[in-house]
Design a protein around this ligand. Structure first.
Ligand SMILES: NC(=O)c1ccc[n+]([C@@H]2O[C@H](COP(=O)([O-])OP(=O)(O)OC[C@H]3O[C@@H](n4cnc5c(N)ncnc54)[C@H](O)[C@@H]3O)[C@@H](O)[C@H]2O)c1
Length: 321
């Protein structure tokens, strides 16, 4: 197949590109390298089955030219993560809403299947655990910039469902805390990258608050596997899926594990959220995926244990780059 991956030079996107190239597909990537890196796709630039365009998904003429040619679209390009969106909320909303609108409008025009990369953030501050796909999104006030990422992803999902109602084949994957090689080494937005960097530098690992907040860390091979299943299975159309590992880990446990695996003498220090995110920041204490629907419909199950995934990620931070 000919496949477009928007955001294909990014962390998850570039792993998806590798997996699909290995399956023999022809890949097109549109990425403006806002947070993506040429290093992530450097090894493919000479490959005749790989075509990279360094431009924005907001360039409709370019997007039309490419979407017309492909059979399938994975839409991953976005301003990603709460921290980036807080720093530049206007760019975040424009890219994450208008960008998705452009992809879906053109997919509808040329009748191409689209897989939309969404996020566990759409559940907002819901205290429910585990979170099932049909559960409520509980977001904070619009005056608090933090929620605009979740809201934009929720609008993307609404748009995708609206086009599905018109008959367009779409699937939505909600990623839960993906980690692995090629994570942004500056650790901007990823606690795994931040801890590995700190541990390798012998600096204290900075844990927000009491560190008892939990997340379900999902190795990138599992994130990619779930995305491909959602694209390939007819039964996945018109639905959203939690793509995550169900093992719940406190942030303090994660810090201790990274410290142990790196063999670092670093200490662990607790810092208030306000220092990084400002006074009105609200954190979600738990975010656990209910994976039963993904298992039932996609046959998806996250398989890589946290220790193994962290080892591979640490190896990459040490010598893979
Ligand atoms: N990493 C996670 O744990 C996680 C969790 C939930 C959802 N997601 C979603 O997965 C997708 C991929 O995220 P990622 O973690 O790989 O982050 P990433 O920042 O590495 O990838 C996003 C990519 O989009 C590109 N991009 C941004 N604006 C663009 C534009 N206007 N035009 C073209 N390209 C543009 C960036 O350069 C980057 O390569 C995103 O949609 C994100 O919201 C990721």
């Amino acid at each position: 197949m000919k496949i477009l991956i928007t955001g294909g030079a990014g962390y998850i996107g570039s792993h998806l590109v590798d997996a699909l190239i290995a399956q023999g597909h022809e890949l097109y990537v549109v990425d403006n390298l806002a947070t993506g890196k040429i290093d992530n796709i450097q090894h493919l630039l000479e490959n005749e089955h790989f075509h990279f365009v360094n431009d924005s998904i907001l360039n409709e003429t370019l997007m039309e030219r490419i979407i017309e040619q492909v059979d399938l679209i994975y839409h991953l390009a976005a301003v990603v993560g709460v921290k980036h969106v807080i720093d530049n909320p206007l760019r975040g909303i424009l890219t994450n809403v208008r960008g998705t609108e452009i992809v879906l409008e053109l997919a509808y025009k040329y009748w191409r299947k689209v897989v939309i990369a969404s996020s566990s953030e759409v559940y907002g501050k819901s205290e429910k655990a585990p979170l099932a796909e049909e559960d409520d999104s509980i977001l904070g006030p619009t005056a608090v910039g933090r929620w605009s990422y979740a809201l934009a992803k929720a609008i993307d999902e609404h748009l995708a469902f609206i086009y599905h109602d018109k008959g367009l084949p779409i699937s939505i994957v909600r990623y839960f805390n993906s980690y692995g090689p090629r994570l942004d080494p500056r650790g901007y937005g990823s606690v795994v990258a931040k801890f590995i960097n700190q541990a390798l530098a012998g600096k204290p690992l900075t844990v927000f608050s009491d560190g008892q907040q939990t997340r379900c860390f999902t190795y990138v091979d599992d994130t990619v596997k779930g995305s491909i299943l959602a694209a390939n299975l007819k039964g996945a159309e018109g639905q959203s899926f939690n793509i995550g590992n169900s093992r719940e880990t406190t942030i303090l446990e994660l810090a201790q594990l990274v410290k142990k695996l790196v063999g670092s003498p670093s200490g662990i220090v607790h810092v208030p959220y306000e220092r990084a995110y400002g006074a009105d920041f609200e954190e979600t204490r738990r975010r656990v995926p209910d994976v039963r629907k993904a298992e039932r419909v996609l046959g998806f199950r996250a398989e890589v244990p946290l220790e193994e995934g962290l080892r591979k990620t640490i190896d990459w931070f040490q010598c893979g780059r």
